[in-house]
Design a protein. Structure first.
Lengths: 99, 135
């Protein structure tokens, strides 16, 4: 039973990503949206928290809004659009939003 | 005429996840009309407010980041960005908008508006203010 973990808070302000990371199991996916996408900046201190989380995606619209170009993304982070968000929801059994 | 006070606006929130950043910018611009000695500080996630190339079309929100370039025209000459906050987030000064103000005492020479300061320096700057507005 796979879970899509959605993180929408900045890793520099809240512990949502830390808690999420502790709950991710094999076969799950992590989607960064809204301020959660700040975790995907390669040179940032939080990027290291993404390693070992399996499939990590970030929403394109929220990356663009925050001026985070593809060149700044941590390795392995997959950029998805809104349709990709829907695909992730469909591909997993349930969704856990770490609000 | 009352005495001029040192006002500082302290920004600690990322731009789009909450309304704080936008509200702060509006208050800064309104407050600029009162001819006080205004400084604006960006600490923690507040530094994300100043990043360049923000494009909110797909996200369906208003991109208010171009408005920061108006601060210089509103006689705001001191914008402080905390170095440690930038670095922790994988950013450098190059990732921020290049904001300037024109110094009328020097034939309208364009001067950099953003000053990169250390956390310790920011603490001293904070301590030297009369009034702090927190966002």
């Amino acid at each position: 039973m796979s879970i899509l973990h959605v993180v929408n808070k900045s890793p520099y302000e809240r512990n949502s990503l830390d808690t999420c990371a502790a709950y991710v199991k094999s076969g799950d996916a992590v989607l960064l949206i809204e301020d959660g996408v700040y975790a995907a900046i390669k040179a940032g201190a939080a990027a290291g928290k993404l390693a070992g989380l399996g499939e990590v995606c970030a929403l394109a619209a929220d990356l663009a809004a925050r001026g985070i170009g593809e060149d700044k993304l941590a390795d392995g982070v997959k950029v998805v659009d809104y349709a990709g968000f829907v695909d992730l929801v469909e591909a997993t059994d349930k969704v856990q939003s770490w609000l | 005429m009352s005495e001029t006070k040192k006002f500082m606006y302290v920004n600690r929130k990322a731009p789009y996840g909450t309304i704080y950043a936008w509200e702060s910018l509006e208050v800064v611009l309104i407050g600029a009309a009162f001819e006080q000695d205004v400084s604006v500080a960006f600490i923690d996630d507040g530094v994300f407010q100043l990043t360049k190339d923000q494009d909110t079309k797909e996200a369906g929100m208003k991109n208010f980041s171009p408005t920061y370039s108006a601060l210089g025209d509103y006689e705001i000459k001191k914008i402080y960005v905390e170095k440690e906050s930038l670095e922790e987030r994988g950013l450098s000064l190059d990732d921020l908008q290049h904001l300037t103000w024109e110094d009328e005492d020097e034939d309208y020479a364009e001067k950099d508006l953003i000053q990169l300061v250390t956390r310790a320096e920011m603490a001293d700057i904070l301590a030297g203010q009369d009034v702090l507005f927190n966002f």
